[in-house]
Ligand binder design. Structure first.
Ligand SMILES: O=C(O)C1=C[C@@H](OP(=O)(O)O)[C@@H](O)[C@H](O)C1
Ligand SMILES: C=C(OP(=O)(O)O)C(=O)O
Length: 446
């Protein structure tokens, strides 16, 4: 599959304070799931606020290939007419998920429990990411792995059983993608499918299963975990979906406003689901000036308008059990930590090694390119804060990783010398309007 693109270098430089009011695009996790639930429901699902990033568009294309009718009515507004659980059509070609771990892994769960053969592929980043974590439970449910690249990588082909077996599955690592793949596979199985997680991860799949009429029970498991039980073979009924603004995207203007002196920014209606809010907790512990201007509910999720003002930050230790609730925000937290006074230790980051890039290594290299002292110690990242002034001036290798690109562009808005990233093309996977939005606040990115 041809995936080469011409790298687009992008530079960020320090200018005046950031000022204004913004709303970031719809949540990526919920947007993928909107397409997937739309496909699996009977009737027409309407979606508003959908993230129209490349990752979600891949999931929309896969939903079409599996039999859904997908209409785009206007910005963020979509309609999906589904085929129902059990009704998937065997796709004519390979399902190409590009850069998207979430889309590919959740769809493996969907397809793997249906009696069809499906081939999954993606870009050079996705081809490096571990899929065994999805294939293992699927094999227990009766899926045949027809072919796979070494170590369970894409391209890979699945053949689903006539009727999937329900399982009880304890996720080996804290991962909403594993949990969701097993629950989505369990939809096609008779009886109860159970997922047990030791650390609670984002709960969008459970909430949307309930919203679409499935029977799901969630109970606590140990100190931080959950047990989720799904009754299989429900008839999912189409239901409207309102996608709230993505806290993982909001993290970029948020951290930028904290580190660019004199900034005062309002970020509208950001989803504050506690399983996604670890960054807010951590930044507040660091002394960040973040206040809530208003609170509301959008599509069953709490949202809040955040007012963020620049100010001094202090280093903190981030406990490992907080990782699931801020997993994608560590790169930009490391940027904030570079400007803080004192040391920030982020503990238990092993999962960062298997994201779009090895984010532990990419963050360490980027911080060093900017003149920041940092180290990886086991699974921890330790950043020595500069107390406010960071040299910058380096070029950061982004390794096809949108969050690495955006994090170091945010950094460049506050460093003494500009920061360049080698390729900004992947920003379009999750936040296509990033550069325009940041520049609208007064940033100098281009
Ligand atoms: O379920 C989801 O929507 C996601 C789960 C997380 O991945 P893991 O499940 O691999 O931790 C996260 O990093 C990803 O961006 C989105
Ligand atoms: C890890 C991420 O996404 P995915 O796993 O869907 O590629 C992310 O968006 O930071």
């Amino acid at each position: 599959m041809a995936h080469s693109h011409t790298p687009v270098p992008v530079t960020a430089r320090r200018g005046g304070p950031l000022r204004g009011r913004v709303r970031v695009p719809g949540d990526k996790s919920i947007s993928h799931r909107a397409m997937i639930f739309g496909l699996l429901a009977i009737g027409e699902t309407t979606v508003t606020g959908l993230l129209e990033g490349e990752d979600v568009m891949r999931t929309a294309a896969a939903a079409r290939a599996l039999g859904a009718t997908v209409h785009h009515d206007g910005p963020g507004s979509w309609r999906v007419r589904g085929v129902g659980v059990g009704g998937l059509r065997e796709p004519a070609g390979t399902l190409d998920f590009g850069n998207a771990g979430t889309g590919s892994r959740l769809m493996m769960g969907v397809c793997g429990s249906h009696p069809i053969t499906t081939t999954f592929d993606g870009d050079a980043s996705l081809r490096k990411r571990p899929m065994r974590r999805i294939l293992d439970p699927l094999e227990q449910m009766g899926t045949v792995i027809v072919s796979q690249e070494e170590g369970g990588r894409v391209p890979l082909t699945l053949r689903g059983p006539k009727e999937a077996l329900p399982i009880v599955y304890r996720t080996p690592v804290a991962s909403a993608q594993i949990k969701s793949a097993v629950l989505l596979a369990g939809l096609a199985a008779p009886g109860e499918t159970t997922v047990i997680e030791t650390e609670a991860t984002r709960d969008h799949t459970e909430k949307m299963l309930t919203h679409f009429g499935a029977q799901v029970t969630v109970s606590p498991e140990g100190e931080h975990g959950r047990r989720i039980v799904l009754k299989g073979q429900p008839e999912l009924q189409a239901a409207p979906i309102v996608v709230p603004a993505d806290p993982s995207s909001a993290a970029f203007p948020l951290v930028a406003a904290l580190i660019v002196p004199g900034s005062d920014v309002l970020i509208e209606s950001v989803m504050t689901n506690p399983l996604r809010s670890g960054l807010l907790t951590t930044l507040r512990e660091m002394g960040a000036d973040i206040t809530i201007e208003s609170e509301a509910n959008e599509g069953g999720e709490a949202v809040a308008t955040l007012r963020v003002r620049a100010g001094s930050l202090k280093g903190v230790t981030v406990p490992p059990e907080r990782a699931p609730s801020m997993i994608d925000e560590y790169p930009v937290l490391a940027v904030a930590a570079s400007f803080a006074t004192g040391t920030t230790r982020m503990r238990g980051l092993q999962e960062l090694r298997v994201k779009e890039s090895d984010r532990l290594a990419a963050v360490e290299a980027g911080l060093k390119a900017a003149g920041v002292t940092c180290a990886i110690e086991g699974d921890d990242l330790v950043v020595e804060g500069s107390g406010g002034s960071v040299a910058g001036g380096g070029t950061v290798a982004t390794h096809l990783d949108h969050r690495i690109a955006m994090s170091f562009l945010v950094m460049g808005l506050a460093t003494d010398k500009p920061m360049q990233v080698d390729d900004g093309a992947m920003i379009a996977t999750s936040f296509p309007s990033f550069v325009a939005l940041m520049n609208g606040l007064g940033g100098e990115i281009g």
